[in-house]
Design a protein around this ligand. Structure first.
Ligand code: ADP
Ligand code: ZN
Ligand code: MG
Length: 609
């Protein structure tokens, strides 16, 4: 069968040539002939092929591509060159190598399943890009100078025609010009042929990681046009060839690491597509939204084992749905994300609430202020201990782009994050410039955070800002802040005790009103499709309340929270989220009232009243 395969590989060139020339899509147009024309006019050198098209054309060829990608892609690339030679000879001559890139393989290999059985094969992986190195230059064709006593000095290219430098550049065993292996061989980097080269790390998406386990990751090498085509935090789909490389830590020649040489990379634009919503789901979602008690039921479904804290649960629910992001005419983005902070005494269920929120949020991440990785909450430039190389790594707010980051013990965040989180929470980007790495990453992330009081307990005679180890500039970026004081109260304590005891006695009772998996789909659906608009009545109500708040705060300039246009925006977002919760497309009077009520609770509890 090896012979058969060899035979198959022999006519790959012709078959591929045929495919590009004759394949027609459903509309009858010559899809790839057109793409080649486009490639020439745009001055590009890659032809992107949908795997399914190739499969329809010749399933044996398509299967061979998966099994023997190196050979097939090499021949495919030559076939493309031949076609371009017909169409635009000058252009074809100016390009060293055309690339055939494959998209959308029928199957995604989970990162956890990637093993040596895939070695040398073409695979598709999905994940989140967590780390990138700066772009480097790799030699693909080396030019050497050979000098000997007998023949003097002369130059030659290495490796010979038709081959390219692999992972390691080795000195030629003998000079192809004079045949001698003695004398000196000197590499001339400026005269060698270089391509852009970059190493990135792909990690499992947080929602794929089994509970209690660490996310797996794999290194991916990007070359030529592919470098810098994605940024840390991007969700990507990568098609590439599985390769091995000596393991960098053990330095034992027998231990190898798998890595991927990318052939194609696609950034997923659709943030919420990961939560799959079927037709039946949609029907259930629509039916649920019709229930006049839907909001109450949603709020009651958040951490049902936790007694009380209705306002906080409502705020969390609103944050999970979020407002509507807007872009002004001059291109300024106004966030739709609602940030919520809970400051409270120890043991008041803050961590429990946050963990639950992260669980039902699409793209939810639970982390602590210190951050789960060296990149912390925002991003960092880090030096690899084994290679000495600098790389850019995304932190929690970037990884949760398009979703929700539940940050516990936010008061303990790193100093770097204290600086960067301002930009992340308002402009929703993270900028970094360090050790030659300059980047701006997306962090369109809702922050639901909790912090412990600075003095161990919340001191009522001090202001909010005094009670928590966070600067006012960060506090002011939260739309709502709640203060949880743990004060004995016989009546409340008894109710809490009964609730907790009940939960422990019959676990059936903690079954939430709405099943968490349905709730997650419901939230995802609302975030994807519902963009409510303010009605005049709702606008008027919010306007009046804002003016009144400003008036009151001017009478009390020492107040803990300065009332600015930020609170106005917060009110709008909260009202929008309240409408979204019932999948309504209009923000009504009732929605505005709910927003105002929560804002009042916040201002009163922080000592504003
Ligand atoms: P915190 O993060 O505020 O210090 P935790 O979330 O760790 O508190 O909660 C401590 C424990 O107390 C948890 O097991 C939690 O379930 C329980 N607990 C605290 N408040 C409540 C409540 N209101 N209802 C039910 N359980 C509670
Ligand atoms: Zn020589
Ligand atoms: Mg805690």
């Amino acid at each position: 069968s090896a012979e058969l395969e060899q035979e198959q590989i022999v006519d790959v060139h012709e078959k591929f040539y045929e495919f590009v020339r004759s394949f027609r899509d459903r509309n009858g147009s010559y899809k790839y002939r057109e793409r080649i024309k486009q490639m020439i006019t745009m001055g590009q050198k890659s032809l992107i092929i949908d795997y399914n098209d190739l499969y329809l054309f010749d399933n044996r060829l398509a299967r061979l591509l998966i099994e023997k990608p190196d050979e097939v892609l090499q021949q495919a690339s030559e076939a493309v060159k031949e076609i371009v030679l017909h169409e635009a000879p000058d252009y074809a001559e100016s390009i060293d190598r055309f690339y055939v890139r494959i998209r959308a393989l029928p199957r995604v290999v989970p990162l956890r399943r990637l093993r040596s059985e895939y070695l040398g094969k073409l695979v598709m992986l999905e994940g989140i890009l967590v780390r990138t190195t700066p772009v480097k230059e790799k030699i693909v064709k080396a030019r050497f100078m050979h000098c000997t006593r007998e023949h003097g000095c002369h130059k030659f290219d290495w490796p010979p025609e038709g081959e390219l430098v692999g992972d390691i550049l080795e000195r030629p065993p003998a000079c192809p010009v004079c045949g001698s292996s003695s004398g000196t061989f000197r590499l001339l980097p400026e005269e060698s042929k270089l391509i852009d080269w970059q190493r990135i790390v792909l990690q499992e998406r947080p929602e794929e990681v089994p509970p209690g386990q660490l996310p797996r990751s794999i290194e991916v090498v990007l070359q030529d046009e592919l470098v810098d085509s994605a940024r840390p935090g991007d969700r990507v789909s990568i098609v590439g060839i599985v390769r091995v490389r000596p393991d960098s830590i053990s330095k034992k020649r027998a231990v190898y690491d798998l890595y991927i040489e990318a052939n194609h990379i696609e950034v997923s634009q659709k943030i919420l597509e990961e939560v799959v919503i079927t037709r039946e789901d949609e029907e259930r979602i629509r039916a649920l939204a019709k229930d006049p008690w839907v909001r109450k039921r949603i709020i009651a479904s958040i951490a049902p084992a936790i007694y009380g804290h209705w306002d906080i649960k409502e705020a969390i629910a609103l944050a999970l749905f979020g407002g509507v992001p807007k872009v002004t005419e001059d291109g300024v983005r106004i966030r739709g994300d609602i940030h919520v902070l809970i400051v409270g005494d120890p043991g008041t269920a803050k961590s429990q609430l946050l963990q639950y929120a992260a669980r039902i949020a699409p793209r939810g991440i639970y982390t602590t202020g210190k951050g789960a990785t060296a990149a912390g909450l925002t991003a960092a430039v880090i030096r690899d201990k084994t290679t000495g190389e600098y790389y850019l790594e995304a932190g929690a707010l970037v990884l949760a782009d398009g979703g929700v980051a539940a940050i516990d013990e936010i008061d303990k965040m790193r100093d770097e994050d204290r600086v960067a989180i301002h930009e992340a929470m308002e402009q929703q980007t993270v900028s970094i410039a360090k050790a030659g790495i300059v980047a701006k990453l997306n962090a369109r992330t809702t922050v639901i955070a909790a912090g412990n009081p600075k003095f161990g307990r919340y001191l009522t005679n001090r202001t909010l800002a005094d009670n928590i180890n966070l600067p006012v500039t960060i506090l002011s970026r939260f739309d709502l802040i709640f203060i949880l004081k743990d004060r004995p109260s016989p009546e409340e304590d008894r109710k809490l005790a009964r609730h907790v005891l009940e939960v422990h006695r019959e676990t059936e009772r903690i079954k939430p009103e709405i099943d968490p998996s349905l709730l997650k789909k419901y939230i995802s659906y609302a975030r994807r499709y519902i963009r409510p608009r303010l009605t005049p009545e709702a606008s008027k109500l919010i306007e009046d309340f804002y003016v009144e708040m400003r008036r009151m705060s001017s009478e009390n300039p020492e107040g803990p929270i300065a009332i600015t246009a930020r609170q106005l925006e917060a009110l709008i977002r909260l009202a929008e989220a309240h409408a979204k919760m019932a999948l309504r497309t209009e923000v009504t009077r009732e929605d505005a009232e709910a927003a105002i009520r929560l804002m009042k609770t916040f201002l009163e509890s922080s000592g504003m009243d």
